[in-house]
Design a protein around this ligand. Structure first.
Ligand code: GDP
Length: 200
C-alpha cells in the first residue's frame, strides 16, 4: 500500500492528546484541519473519542477536573487532523438555553472563523428522541456556516428493527444525514474515520 493509501486507511488512526486550551490564543496559529466534537454531557463523547482512537483511556485526560470546561486538542496521525473536544452542554439547570450555556470559549471558538475549522461533529444520543438543545445547536452551527456532521451514539442499545426507524427520525429532525455509532461494538467507526480523514 502506498503511503497516501495508508494515510487514508481507516486502520491508521493514531490519536494523541496534545493540550488543553483555556483561551483562543492557546490554539495553534496554523496547522491541520480541525474537527470540533460537540454534544450534551453524557452523550458518549469521551467514549467515541476512545473508540476512534482504538484506545481505552485516551479521553480520560480531557475529563480530569479542571479540563472539562476547556478545549482539549487531540492530534490524529501526527498532524493529519486535529480533534477539538469541546465542553459538553446540557448539564446545567433544565430550561437553560443553549446560548446561555454555550457562551464563552466554545462559542468564541466556533464563531472565530478559523480557516482550519473544517467540521462540527454533533453527537446526539441515539437512544432518545431528538433533543431541543441538540436541534438548537444544529441551527446555531448552520447560522454560522459551519459544516455539520451528525452522529447518533449508543447505537448498540437499539435493536436491528429500531435502527432504521431511529435513523429516519434523526435525519428528518436535523434535515441531514446521520451516522449511527457504537463505542461498544465500534459500529460506524470505519465509516466515521474514513469520512473525517477524507475531509482533512
Ligand atoms: P460524555 O459525557 O459525552 O463524555 O459521555 P461518556 O463517554 O462518558 O458516556 C456516558 C455514558 O454512556 C457512559 O456510561 C458510557 O459507558 C455510556 N456510553 C457511551 N457510549 C456508548 C455506546 O456507544 N454504547 C453504550 N451502550 N453505552 C455508551
Amino acid at each position: 500500500m502506498s503511503p497516501a493509501q495508508l494515510r487514508g486507511s481507516s486502520a491508521t488512526w493514531q490519536v494523541e492528546f496534545v493540550k488543553s486550551c483555556s483561551a483562543l490564543s492557546d490554539l495553534p496559529g496554523e496547522g491541520p484541519s480541525e474537527v470540533a466534537l460537540l454534544g450534551r454531557s453524557n452523550v458518549g463523547k469521551s467514549s467515541l473519542l476512545n473508540s476512534l482512537a482504538g484506545r481505552g483511556k485516551l479521553a480520560r485526560t480531557s475529563r480530569t477536573p479542571g479540563r472539562t470546561r476547556l478545549l482539549n486538542l487531540f492530534d490524529v496521525n501526527q498532524g493529519q487532523l486535529l480533534l477539538v473536544d469541546c465542553p459538553g452542554y446540557g448539564y446545567a439547570k433544565a430550561g437553560r438555553s443553549l446560548r446561555e450555556q454555550w457562551t464563552g470559549l466554545v462559542e468564541q471558538y466556533l464563531s472565530s472563523r478559523r480557516p482550519q475549522l473544517l467540521l462540527a461533529l454533533l453527537l446526539v444520543d441515539g437512544c432518545i428522541e431528538p433533543q431541543a438543545l441538540d436541534l438548537e445547536a444544529a441551527v446555531w452551527l448552520r447560522a454560522h456556516a459551519i459544516p455539520l456532521g451528525i452522529v447518533a451514539t449508543k447505537w448498540d442499545r437499539l435493536s436491528g428493527n429500531q435502527r432504521p426507524l431511529a435513523l429516519r427520525r434523526f435525519e428528518a429532525a436535523f434535515a441531514a444525514p446521520v451516522l449511527g455509532y457504537s463505542s461498544v461494538s465500534h459500529a460506524g467507526r470505519d465509516e466515521l474515520r474514513k469520512r473525517l480523514l477524507s475531509r482533512a
